[in-house]
Design a protein around this ligand. Sequence first.
Ligand SMILES: NC(=O)c1ccc[n+]([C@@H]2O[C@H](COP(=O)([O-])OP(=O)(O)OC[C@H]3O[C@@H](n4cnc5c(N)ncnc54)[C@H](O)[C@@H]3O)[C@@H](O)[C@H]2O)c1
Length: 316
Amino acid sequence: MEDKGEESMKVLITGGAGYVGTALIPQLLANNHEVTVYDNLMFGGDAIIPFFRSPKFSFINGDIRDKEKIKDAAKDADIIIHLAAIVGFPACRKEPDLAKAVNVDGTQNLIDVTSNEQLIIYGSTGSNYGAVEEICTEETPLNPLSLYGQTKTLAEKMLLENRKTIAWRFATAFGVSARLRLDLLINDFTHKAIKEGYLVVYEKHFMRTFIHVHDMGRVFLFGITNQDNMINNVYNVGNENMNYSKENVCNMIKEKTEAYIHYADIAEDADKRNYVVSYDKITALGYETTITVEEGIDELVRALKAVQFRTPYTNI
Ligand SMILES: NC(=O)c1ccc[n+]([C@@H]2O[C@H](COP(=O)([O-])OP(=O)(O)OC[C@H]3O[C@@H](n4cnc5c(N)ncnc54)[C@H](O)[C@@H]3O)[C@@H](O)[C@H]2O)c1
């Protein structure tokens, strides 16, 4: 494989101030790349402050729906990592028009203002598969069930058809990053186990597949280095050994927090994510994840015990 690891690239990250972006930025900077984040700071900008320490880091406060602004931001980039989105089915269900405008029209803007001289690496999702009986490979037909999955699937297709693209269909992320998300399954369960001492869990036999957010960051570097072999392809990104049922995950959390777990069919997942995913395609190229679910729960337990997260929606 041709090694592009040594070469410094100009990398633009849309949505780079988010959970994944803030785990990725330090890895790109450590590999000598120039990083520009383009983000409208929906969740604030606290998480990116430390990166200004590096002269190779810059920030543009912009919206992916603003075509002129993204055009200007993208014009000098060698690589565009496209993360800007309304993320997760609950957020998309709450604001469906915004979700379509950002996830689909925003991606169309990016296609319109870039060229095939540039590489786009897209943060796609396993939610594209929907409910699948057999083991999901990249060839498994996509059947997204929520608006989130539908917008992500459409954007992935648009990019692969129109631009020099590598798309990652990520497992569900877990672990700490500077812009922490507590709505992700493992993060949410661990947080509740610590703060409330109990968990109520539905669809306990549903199989899910997980990846630490740091390993999500690592795969972008892997894609940059190995781009010649990977362009115009989609890859499941995760680890075969991290396909777990929710009950498996709860048992791990119980062991580390002593929380009481109650299983009850009180709700259901809009994405019907109940699948086992094959990671053979990317593993064959040499990518391996490095952080296990147990290790991620350990770090979450330490962080969540140390830091009090306030929510504005409670008087307590
Ligand atoms: N975290 C996961 O488990 C996971 C799994 C699969 C795929 N992904 C994908 O990875 C990407 C990043 O996810 P994340 O977990 O970091 O989410 P996140 O919500 O933490 O980050 C999204 C970022 O996009 C920005 N953004 C939103 N709308 C924007 C707009 N109109 N213009 C510019 N910026 C905008 C937000 O301010 C935020 O910083 C998303 O595309 C998501 O679909 C995440």
